[in-house]
Design a protein around this ligand. Structure first.
Ligand SMILES: [Zn+2]
Ligand SMILES: [Zn+2]
Length: 144
């Protein structure tokens, strides 16, 4: 995905959102970084692009964008949500050593509908978080 070929205003409009310079810049930034950033990281890394941007604008914009389905908010068990440029259903591997995040896909996701019915809960989102060591960290370990 080449971010320069993306028609960001068109993406916003087709999702029913009004095009504002802030939304345009934030979405462009998330696509360029391929996502997986917390709201705070997005705010801090946008300082050089939009110096007048406020934290609350970033939070509101991220909320709007994820509610519109343009980006995906991933809630990790511990800590802040990450905002993901990849909205297709996928899961994450997190390296315990360097913190690297790797997207992965499962050929089929378990159908939890019957469990939800039995346990009487309502599923809003499903996300599998797998932890371990990434290839880079494994090779560092192997060499030492
Ligand atoms: Zn690692
Ligand atoms: Zn992801």
């Amino acid at each position: 995905m080449n971010v320069h070929e993306l028609n960001v205003p068109e993406i916003l409009k087709s999702a029913g959102l009004r095009v504002t310079p802030q939304r345009d810049a934030i979405l462009r930034h998330i696509f360029a970084c391929r996502g997986h950033m917390t709201a705070d990281e997005i705010y801090r890394s946008m300082q050089s692009i939009l110096p007048n941007l406020s934290v609350s604008t970033v939070y509101n914009t991220l909320k709007n964008l994820s509610e519109a389905g343009i980006i995906r908010e991933i809630k990790f068990g511990d800590g802040a949500s990450l905002f993901d440029a990849n909205t297709s259903p996928h899961h994450h591997f997190v390296c315990k050593s360097c913190g690297k995040l790797i997207d992965f896909f499962l050929p089929s996701t378990p159908n939890l509908a019957h469990i939800a019915e039995e346990e009487k809960f309502q599923i809003e989102d499903m996300h599998i978080e797998v932890t371990g060591l990434c290839n880079d960290c494994l090779s560092v370990q192997g060499n030492s």
